[in-house]
Write a protein that binds this ligand. Structure first.
Ligand code: ASP
Ligand code: MG
Length: 321
């Protein structure tokens, strides 16, 4: 009996692994990877031309992004010190620009999302974001940089990957700048709590959600000194139902304010020790944002599911290799 069970389990495993690698054979994956290549080259060159320095990714650290939603823990101990796998390089960005001025990185992130994210079509537990930060920049500076990057990459893909778009039957709209900006509270009162999905489905160009309430985002996004309770931040949402593209904003940079915001979240400063220590010496203001690469490629390709863009997708709640 036990032997039969073991054999069955083994068979299930084999079938499941075969299923897992089957997408490698899809022609749509090849299209997506070519578009992914265009996106990476375009962003790298664009940012370098603007004076941004590429820094290598950080895969694990003693402090990482606390995020604003629960995920499974990825911490481990190594030589008596506790580390976490990077959820985002937010702290490394904010500290490195103090010395380097303008930086970007293609940052692999692990966010072990819960299974309710399995069928959103836009969550992977392992993904890459291009993470950008600029010293002495404002939210408006970052909004216009992001708009130039998004509309620029759409034009580039339409030009360089026209055959891939034809294969995928994808008609990509070239958005007009500046993108529409909608205040969080207005979106909420007009479209209810699922406003992001409602608006994303309705719109035909990407649009911004701005002035997000403090408790809806992490402690590091800066509270607006002229509009207490709201952040100097922004989310970009793709049209046609593709959902969230970017999050970013100005950063809290005064140590008293940082500690106050950490406390407001019920977090302990010990969780972010190296960052808090570095910030205690005084920080200059900065702003930045992150663009999820797989989400962008999914949008460009017009795919129903994000797992179609990558050969070894990690879908929340599902087995992967
Ligand atoms: N990297 C941040 C995130 O993952 C985005 C940002 O720059 O604020 O949410
Ligand atoms: Mg975020």
């Amino acid at each position: 009996m036990i032997l039969i069970l073991l054999i069955n389990l083994k068979l299930m495993e084999e079938i499941s692994i075969r299923e897992t690698i089957e997408p490698l054979n899809r022609s749509t994956l090849r299209n997506a990877l070519k578009i992914n290549g265009t996106v990476r080259s375009y962003f790298s060159e664009f940012l370098r031309n603007m004076g941004y320095l590429e820094i290598p990714p950080v895969i694990y650290s003693t402090a990482t992004d606390p995020l604003n939603h629960p995920v499974f823990d990825t911490s481990f101990e190594y030589y008596g010190q506790k580390y976490s796998i990077t959820k985002s390089m937010i702290f490394h960005k904010q500290i490195s620009v103090q010395y380097l001025g303008k930086i970007f990185t293609f940052s692999p992130n692990v966010r072990l999302e819960t299974s309710d994210k399995a069928s959103t079509g836009r969550h992977l537990s392992e993904f890459t974001q291009i993470d950008i930060e600029c010293l002495n920049a404002t939210r408006d500076d970052m909004i216009s940089l992001a708009e130039n990057m998004i509309s620029g990459v759409i034009a580039e893909v339409k030009n360089k990957n026209s055959q891939d778009l034809t294969d995928l039957k994808r008609i990509l709209n070239q958005p007009e700048k500046p993108f529409v900006k909608i205040r969080y509270e207005d979106a909420l009162s007009q479209h209810g709590k699922h406003f992001e999905d409602v608006l994303s489905a309705k719109m035909s160009d990407p649009f911004w959600i701005i002035d997000i309430p403090v408790n809806e985002r992490e402690f590091y996004d800066r509270e607006d000194p002229e509009n207490e309770g709201y952040l100097m931040d922004m989310d970009l949402i793709y049209p046609e139902g593709f959902g969230e593209a970017i999050s970013g904003g100005e950063r809290e940079f005064e140590i008293e304010k940082i500690l106050q915001r950490v406390a407001l979240k019920g977090q302990s400063p010990d969780q972010f020790k190296w960052f808090i220590e570095a910030a205690s010496g005084g920080l200059l203001p900065s702003a930045g944002f992150g663009i999820g690469i797989e989400r962008l490629v999914r949008y460009l390709c017009g795919f129903p599911k994000i797992e179609m863009v990558t050969p070894f997708p990690k879908v929340p709640g599902k087995r992967s290799i």
